[in-house]
Design a binder for this molecule. Sequence first.
Ligand code: NAP
Length: 498
Amino acid sequence: MSIDQGRKGLRFAVIGAGMAGILAAIRLRQAGEDFTVFEKAGRLGGTWRENRYPGLTCDVPAHAYTYSFEPYAEWDAYYAKGGEIQTYFEKTAEKYGIMPHVRFDSEVVSTVWDEGAGVWRLGLITGEEVEAEVVIAASGVLHHPKLPDIEGLDSFEGQAFHSARWQDDALVDGARVGVVGNGSTGVQIVTALSKRASKLVHFQRSPQWIMPVPYFQYSEEEKEAFRRDPALIEDIRNNKEYWDSIFRFTHAITDTHGPEIAAIEQICLDNLENSIRDPELREKLRPNYRAACKRLIYSWSYYDAVQSPNVEVERNRIARVEAKGVRMEDGRLHELDTLVLATGFHADRFIRPTTVLGRGGVSLDDIWSVRPTAYYAVTIPGFPNFFMLNGPTGPVGNFSLIDIAEKQWAYVDQLIDLLRSGEARTIEPSADAHADYEERRIAAARTTIFGSGCNSWYLDATGVPASWPWSYEAFADAMAAPVLTDYRVEAAAELVER
Ligand code: NAP
């Protein structure tokens, strides 16, 4: 069968119109494929649509947080604001002709493999059923808000809400505000609100490692130069210092006693010593676990913000929330008008709550009962023609997930080629190959900095780091070409081990 004949009749369902879904859609459109993107919301953008809190910024340099094929001259500063990123994705989707392919308000509630027909049957929230030979699950990672188990939250008389559910009418200007949580989100919110609230309390259960980073605006002249000559943007993307910092970070993750992690710890400790004047506050902010065990906080202004006279860092434990505010275990009450819960996400959901049933009606929920997993973060045995972008066990950390998704797409595209060419009717990893990958991954993950003894969303329910445990270079190598002998390919009539 020729490639053209093979391609005919292949239908693709992309689940999610966030960064990774838009990427898949662009690539599928460029390849002339028949595809539809199913988006649960009324607008694309994923995490950049959902998060609208004050101070929302991407702490990956703006020019690195773009698709490699779509440089953007309009970034206002070295780090982009959330709204700018949302605009970038909307413009990009428009430019690449994706919008007519997106079905909004069309949450996929189930996707079930039909063995006989060799198709996935997708059930939509609208009640419709659609079929596709190939599913691309690009449904994101951090999109199910995790509320804290703090007693009395419902009794609060002011407004209390999760950071990803920002309330536009929330009292913050000149008001008394509490922020629970000091991950990347809580730190960004506190930094922004320090200039607006009359009293701001930052409730911190564990202190954070704060990496100082440069921040500057791009002038109109610079933007004009970027417009005229995109090579200038490429120079920024390839900046040696930036890439050195990425390699330093990924080596630090995998070599917990190496020079890279020592350098990161020293930079952060120097930042603490040199920035925080009051010794008592300095001790409150001093981390008591290894740097990069939780996601490093990149900030150029948080330490300034917490030294504002209207800001208090609270390290005592919260006893409960009451009508008037937050009561500490030592009996003090912080009276508040607004309480922001920057308490993170259920990071183990991935495509769920969508019901996914593979060969023999086996449920992804069952396969993932201990921990979510996928062979090289992309494919799952028993789930043919099902490909994940930013799926479980992929790299996480202080780098661009766009770059990760692009590398994953390059890998997925090579598998799809076997379907396009007609060489394969279905493709999935063998159970043995997946088991071997997962065994090696878990062993390596336990030795990474993520497993060095702190609590974070990087850990699965059993306490094992859930992420890619090897270097960036190893990930790039793995994604460059799938090991096809690890895949089971079903030709038109038979299943063959390659
Ligand atoms: P997070 O990193 O999971 O942090 C949650 C925070 O809430 C932690 O400080 C945690 O304290 C605290 N917390 C949770 N339950 C609590 C409770 N019951 N009582 C007191 N404190 C509680 O969540 P996040 O800050 O939303 O960030 C999640 C991820 O989103 C980041 O790691 C990053 O990947 C992404 N993100 C990226 C950017 C960016 O600029 N690129 C910005 C924001 C978010 P403990 O540490 O003590 O558990």
